[in-house]
Design a protein. Structure first.
Length: 228
């Protein structure tokens, strides 16, 4: 009986001793390399040149938000470098494009602003996660292009350079959710958001600009003929 108790104590001590780990204690993750960061930045800068961006700082960070690479187009405003890093870090830390975060704040959730005091937080459009095989391995941020929209487009181009092809899928949204999204102002709410695209429930209550101009022209022609 004493021998059995002794053996059990030894087994328990070995199981809890340093250096003895089971498979459940660790996990294997993909790591974004310097080469991968260069590919993402090169793709982003190519997109910027092809779309006549007047400037742009492009930053790539790893999954922990630490900077791997930053490049800046000549003429970009100096602060663009730091802002691009901030956008990339925010996309990684929150695992989502920064556009959605900025929109949330603009719609009145000011309570998110103090988050900057506890973690990396640059809630400006232009940062997206870099996803490989379904795992976020880093983030890319852009600042200094012609607009916030173009910042995001350039960042997406960089992230897509490392993205792996995925099987097509269909996502369904309930009628109540769609109706509620359309009810949230002219721009609507975001229904689906990914690192490569965003679907918003925007709407137009009246005629478009071209249609209105055509109507005015038709009205003018009608009045002119009446006068003649």
């Amino acid at each position: 009986m004493k021998h059995t108790i002794y053996s059990g104590l030894v087994s328990a001590a070995l199981a809890s001793s340093p250096g003895v780990a089971s498979a459940a204690d660790t996990a294997t993750h993909q790591v974004l390399t310097r080469e991968g960061a260069h590919r993402a930045v090169a793709a982003a800068l190519t997109y910027a040149r092809e779309h006549s961006a007047p400037g742009g700082a492009v930053a790539v960070v790893d999954a922990g938000g630490h900077t791997i690479l930053v490049e800046r187009i000549d003429g970009t405003f100096p602060a663009g470098t730091d802002i691009s890093v901030g956008k990339a870090r925010t996309a990684v830390m929150f695992k989502r494009p920064t556009r959605g975060i900025e929109e949330t704040i603009n719609k009145g959730r000011d309570a998110m602003i103090p988050v900057a005091s506890v973690t990396w937080f640059t809630p400006l459009q232009g940062g997206v996660p870099i996803t490989v095989n379904g795992e976020i391995v880093g983030g890319i941020g852009v600042s200094g292009a012609s607009s916030a929209q173009q910042d995001e487009e350039i960042a997406i181009a960089g992230a897509q350079a490392l993205a792996t092809p995925s099987a097509a899928k269909v996502e369904l949204r309930g009628a109540k959710e769609v109706k509620a999204a359309f009810a949230q102002g002219e721009t609507g709410a975001t229904l689906i958001e990914d690192s490569a695209f965003r679907v918003a429930a925007s709407r137009r209550d009246g005629a478009g600009q071209k249609r209105e101009e055509k109507q005015k022209k038709d009205d003018y022609e009608g009045q002119r003929k009446t006068c003649q």
